[in-house]
Design a protein. Structure first.
Length: 80
């Protein structure tokens, strides 16, 4: 879904291109942190009875995918 006009998108890209690499990196890190926070808040809302360890493991699965999360953190059932 894209609700941004081509003109607005072009302006957004011009502004981003005019920024220094350090500023673009700072923005990207901020956006990434915001998204991670939203995912964590959603997990807490979806699974209010889950432990922090269980939600951390669920977060890893959403970020890394099931296979890599299992390799990195073990089976999801082990966190309950």
């Amino acid at each position: 879904m894209n609700d941004t006009s081509p003109e607005a998108e072009e302006m957004r890209l011009r502004v981003l291109r005019a920024m220094s690499p350090a500023r673009r990196l700072s923005l990207a890190l901020g956006w990434s942190s915001s998204v991670r926070g939203m995912v964590r808040a959603n997990l807490k809302r979806q699974f209010p009875d889950a432990t922090e360890a269980q939600r951390h493991r669920m977060f890893a699965e959403r970020c890394l995918g099931p296979e890599l999360a299992a390799k990195a953190y073990g089976d999801i059932d082990a966190h309950g």
